[in-house]
Design a protein around this ligand. Structure first.
Ligand SMILES: Cc1cc2nc3c(=O)[nH]c(=O)nc-3n(C[C@H](O)[C@H](O)[C@H](O)COP(=O)(O)OP(=O)(O)OC[C@H]3O[C@@H](n4cnc5c(N)ncnc54)[C@H](O)[C@@H]3O)c2cc1C
Length: 403
């Protein structure tokens, strides 16, 4: 442990009750809550703006919560860790804040709540709440070190500052060009706190080699499906891209994918394809397979499959074994991606600061009094659809009660 020797840092003007590093979703809510308790709060952000990810989220409309969010929806090494925070700060709490600021919103689908207008409204709301409780926000703040003795000392390209509590709200590794860094993991390691394996989540799959040509020619084609991997299934659309596959079903399943895993896609969920093909064979024996399948699936996809995998011929030429094979291919289309687009485009980072070293009630590190970790930095990851912001709000709220 190092002693803090800095006259500037020691001066009351540079001492805060709480310093929060990272002015994203979790940090902003935490600042508001700590400020409401009368704490003198300083937020430090290394980019030139607060809430950059909020601005671009939800296609610019911010999918700010999901009314169906429950702890069961989240992945973490300790699935029970998020229960306390998500129970104490629910989607209804955030909706009440949005309503207080008269921000119009709507449910798009599956409980996903979006702003009617720009996502910037959510950032403005959070900043005005921070202002109302006297939070100081400093931008372009390049932190060079964090030290701990009686207080926390944060050194940077600006004057050193000290605090009683230090909240790490710097998010995960997703989208470095928006300001993402591994700062939270570095601080965790510095203080002897474990970090679980991190991976890009909610991210498109890519294919290399010859296979990519198949995907490229179908870029833009979307198919409703179920995607299954590692025992988890999502029912949504998949989308072909120039590099492989994306779309909600693929993004969702990517968070559960590990290198070399196979992903199983049912391209006609809840539909008895074999029975349909047999019926068509009887009713329209001279009609070609491509015509039959094009009534069920996008014609471009059927054409590509007929060139690659199936023989396109009149239905009466297929044996039962052939029809069973076609059914299996479309109802259990198995892909083995070469990788993902990585942190460059991933919406989240799975894994993070290990929940075994953090209090689920306060978000404070068990080994280091006054050091808190919140938001995406922590090993709690939600699916697509407003769940990750809900975790950021809930964990930020909890830390704000104790920091
Ligand atoms: C394109 C995109 C769209 C998304 N859309 C949605 C959506 O609609 N709904 C949803 O629920 N989730 C969405 N997400 C996920 C969501 O944005 C994150 O889960 C959420 O922002 C995490 O909040 P956070 O506060 O933990 O981290 P962040 O919001 O990432 O904030 C971390 C902050 O810390 C700052 N920082 C990092 N390192 C340092 C450092 N060394 N010093 C100082 N500051 C630092 C960053 O610049 C940033 O401002 C989306 C993500 C992306 C990338």
């Amino acid at each position: 442990m190092q002693n803090i020797h800095s006259d500037q840092a020691g001066s009351p003007a540079n001492h805060y009750d709480v310093i929060i590093i990272g002015a994203g979703a979790a940090g902003l809510i935490c600042a508001i809550e700590a400020g409401k308790r009368g704490r003198k709060v300083l937020m430090l952000e290394h980019t030139d703006q607060v809430g950059k990810k909020i601005r671009i989220s939800g296609g610019g409309r911010c999918n700010f919560t999901n009314i169906h969010a429950t702890p069961d929806d989240y992945q973490s090494r300790n699935k029970l860790f998020c229960v306390s925070a998500l129970t104490r700060y629910t989607p209804q709490h955030f909706i009440a804040l949005v309503d207080k600021h008269k921000i119009a919103w709507h449910e798009k689908k599956l409980g996903q709540l979006f702003c009617d207008g720009p996502a910037q409204q959510i950032v403005n709301m959070l900043v005005s709440e921070c202002e109302a409780v006297g939070v100081t926000i400093r931008l372009n703040y390049d932190i060079s070190s964090v030290k701990e003795d009686a207080n926390f000392l944060v050194e940077s390209n600006q004057q050193p500052v000290t605090s009683d509590s230090l909240v790490i709200a710097t998010g995960g590794l997703s989208i470095p060009k928006m300001g993402a860094t591994g700062f939270a993991y570095e601080i965790a390691s510095q203080f002897g706190i474990s970090v679980t394996q991190t991976n890009p989540g909610l991210v498109p799959f890519v294919f290399n080699g010859q296979e990519i040509e198949f995907y490229k020619r179908l870029a833009g084609v979307s198919i409703p499906c179920t995607a299954t991997c590692s025992g988890v299934t999502f029912a949504e659309n998949m989308l072909f891209t120039h590099k492989g596959v994306s779309g909600p079903a693929i993004l969702q399943i990517s968070s559960h994918w590990k290198n070399n895993n196979k992903v199983h896609l049912d391209l006609l969920p809840d539909f008895n394809l074999l029975s349909h093909l047999k019926d068509q064979q009887t009713a329209r024996p001279k009609v070609e397979l491509a015509t039959v399948l094009s009534a069920l699936l996008p014609a471009n996809f059927v054409k590509a499959m007929c060139e690659k995998t199936f023989t396109n011929q009149p239905m009466n030429r297929f044996s039962l074994k052939d029809l069973t094979g076609i059914t299996n291919t479309l109802k259990d289309w198995t892909i083995q991606p070469d990788g993902t687009e990585g942190y460059r485009t991933a919406e989240v980072t799975t894994g993070g600061v290990d929940t075994k070293d953090i209090s689920s009630k306060t978000m404070c590190a068990l080994k280091v009094q006054g050091l808190f970790f919140i938001g995406e930095a922590v090993d709690v990851t939600g699916p697509l659809g407003g769940y990750n912001f809900q975790w950021a709000w809930a964990s930020g709220y909890c830390a704000g009660q104790y920091a």
